[in-house]
Design a protein around this ligand. Structure first.
Ligand SMILES: Cc1cc2nc3c(=O)[nH]c(=O)nc-3n(C[C@H](O)[C@H](O)[C@H](O)COP(=O)(O)OP(=O)(O)OC[C@H]3O[C@@H](n4cnc5c(N)ncnc54)[C@H](O)[C@@H]3O)c2cc1C
Length: 391
């Protein structure tokens, strides 16, 4: 990297939030540098998985339904422009619920209010459509026909390719944490290889690394947790676990979710419960035997035809949880030109385009009252005790 460069904005972190922020900023005119220590959507990053769900339902949290509704066409438009429409897989998303499941009822109300497309499936219709799922305890479901799966790692790389085409400069470089006493404006960041990037504004979109970069501020406000994802091989020639027969699914009571056999990589399943505290630099990416066994038991229970399915791939990464699952998108309290963007909390990926637009609008129009920080995204709202309420 050249030793000294100057930009309007420097974005640190090329995961989904940083990539879309860089693209959204550049589309509005400023010069933008984008840095990543390990590479865009690398295998340590939260955005580095193969696939991520994009759904509109969010219980009572209308703000995320709106963000998601806005994000999906922006993803599709970007993929179309890049000639990569396969990076969105329109599998549909099926929410399976018990009789009076509060979160599902709230989701239904929010979807109806926001104009999202959905169907409510009664138990008999659910069983008729999905005989390959063992539905004991399930009373009804919500089906989002237009939702589906983003092919995550490649989607982020596609965003960055498009951003570079319009002038974003990408640097493979690790930023050193800014000295906390050097406010009120950050002038430059130094990188581990001895270079320097100067900018008028900075965005730190470092996902689960944010607590390491700002330990005093975020060390107790973002909790990276170990999360494991498994892909099981489907029986030969069996179409029941691939689209269109099998949608992306969530069983709310079980806190498990999964995806059909996409691109023949296997039937994906994951437990959405938070795992132990994880270090994104050094945690082992080998699957834990207990988590594999739990996934196999679950498969045998809900998808009996897959009870002997072999594990064909696994991924271990981390959620970057805030206290309740709301994003963190706010100014650094000591630096008026530094934005903190993160706290995706296991559900952030889909929102990349909306987050990018949101950050760009606030960073570039800081005097416009219409661009005040959403209270749910504020640093002040982030507690030091975890009480998850956004899923
Ligand atoms: C198993 C799993 C399943 C998930 N499922 C879904 C889902 O189905 N749907 C959904 O919407 N979301 C999902 N999520 C959440 C989503 O993936 C994350 O919220 C999102 O990817 C976070 O993106 P990010 O850009 O904030 O962080 P990251 O992707 O982690 O990016 C941060 C980047 O910062 C870089 N970096 C860190 N420190 C430095 C430094 N000092 N200098 C330069 N670069 C640095 C890192 O290398 C990294 O590339 C899931 C997450 C996991 C782990």
């Amino acid at each position: 990297m050249t030793p000294q460069k100057t930009f309007d904005v420097a974005v640190v972190g090329a995961g989904v939030f940083g990539a879309w922020t860089a693209l959204s900023l550049r589309r509005r005119g400023p010069s933008v540098a984008l840095l990543d220590a390990y590479g865009p959507a690398n295998s340590r990053a939260s955005s580095g998985g193969e696939s991520r769900i994009i759904r509109m339902g969010y219980g009572p949290s209308e703000i995320y339904t709106r963000f998601s509704l806005r994000a999906l066409p922006l993803w599709k438009e970007l993929f179309a422009r890049a000639g990569r429409p396969e990076l969105f897989q329109p599998t549909g998303v099926l929410w399976i619920a018990h009789e009076n499941e509060k979160y599902a009822l709230e989701t239904l109300a929010t979807l109806a209010k926001s104009g999202a497309r959905f169907e409510k499936l009664a138990a008999d219709e659910l069983r008729r459509r999905y005989p390959q799922i063992e539905l004991s305890g399930a009373a009804w479901a919500i089906f989002e026909p237009e939702s589906g799966v983003l092919m995550a790692r490649r989607a982020v790389q596609c965003v960055i390719e498009q951003a570079q085409k319009i002038g974003v400069e990408y640097f493979p470089a690790a930023a050193r944490p800014p000295a906390s006493a050097s406010g009120p404006r950050l002038v430059e960041i130094a990188t581990l290889d001895g270079a320097c990037i100067s900018a008028a504004s900075f965005v730190f979109a470092c996902g689960p690394w944010l607590p390491k970069i700002f330990p005093e501020l975020l060390g107790e406000r973002i909790f990276p947790s170990r999360q494991e994802v498994f892909f099981f091989g489907v029986p030969p020639g069996d179409a029941r676990f691939s689209p269109p027969a099998m949608p992306t699914w969530l069983v709310l009571d079980d806190v498990f979710y999964g995806m059909p056999n996409l691109e023949s990589r296997g039937f994906k399943i994951a437990h959405d419960r938070h795992g132990p505290l994880a270090d994104p630099d050094s945690q082992s990416r080998a699957p834990s035997p207990d988590a594999v066994a739990a996934a196999q038991n679950y498969l045998a229970r809900r998808f009996p035809a897959l009870r002997l399915a072999p594990l064909v791939e696994s991924r271990v990464c981390q959620y970057e949880n805030t206290s309740n699952g709301d994003f963190l998108i706010d100014r650094h309290p000591a630096f008026e030109n530094v934005w903190l963007v993160g706290g995706g909390s296991g559900h952030g990926f889909k929102h990349g385009p909306s987050v990018g637009d949101y950050v760009a609008a606030r960073l570039l129009n800081s005097n416009d009252p219409a661009t005040e920080v959403e209270p749910r995204f504020s640093l002040a709202s982030k507690q030091t005790i975890q009480r998850r309420s956004v899923f």
